[in-house]
Design a protein. Sequence first.
Length: 317
Amino acid sequence: MSRTFRTAAVIGAGTIGLSWTALFAAHGLIVRVSDPREDLAEAVADALDRYGPHLAARGVDVTGLADRVRLARGVAEAVRGADVVQENGPERVAFKRELFATLAREAPGHALLLSSSSAIPSTAFAGELADADAARVLVGHPFNPPHLVPLVEVVPGERTGEDAVRAAVDFYTSVGRTPVVERKEIPGFVGNRLQNALSREAAHLVEQGVVTPGDLDKVVTNSLGLRWATVGPFLGAHLGGGPGGYRHLVEHIGASMRSLTDGPAPDADARERLIAAVEQAYGSAPYAELAETRDRRQLAVLDALSGTTGTTTKEEN
């Protein structure tokens, strides 16, 4: 049986927490916000004023948005009666360990205990909790700002229960997000590791005098960014292989691409497992159909970008 989510607690009202607050409230939840900052009331009011129009533009009914948000006088008050708790505290293991002990003690036994942790797996801060409490702790890592960027990385810890994983997926789906379950804990999870790899190489290319920062951004926004925004790296590569798909691409240019990176090349068995995984994901769909979808989406992105070229708002800076 799926759970019903009526009340959410947002612990930590920085940039991420305020964005979650607007999103949850816009989707009809009663949201209690806790943060020791002295300007909490002003920060919440400003966030709702700024983010409400964003959500409305995405088709979300924001009527009565502010009426569903409550300011809590502390963590215990915020989580009382909550169905789900979204923690957004500092990226410090000791801090999160102490905070989650409080959440486990004060929140109802059915409440999901979710962390917006950007890099720290939940096992690192749930280790001292009782099994029943650790079973409902997991990471729900968003990309900033979560009221606009759909992805949420759902990362269970070593003792997280499967029912909590399913409930987290249901919850984030109910507020219009795209949850992706990652089945192995790794620092930084998937999104930040990909981002870090590209950022590291971008900095290296600029430092070596190969390209300027501005021109590197043009490279990404006029090629990789456009492609990956519509199909992602693996489907993009699969289509790059033409009707022969990912296997054709790997067999014909894989060696030359691997020569650009450090480290040993994968052995034949590992390469075959990767090809098989990509073919399982995309190989059953006709090439022409996938390519048409890619091209239609890329044209939509290009049309959107052409409508904003040269207009930079204060918020975008």
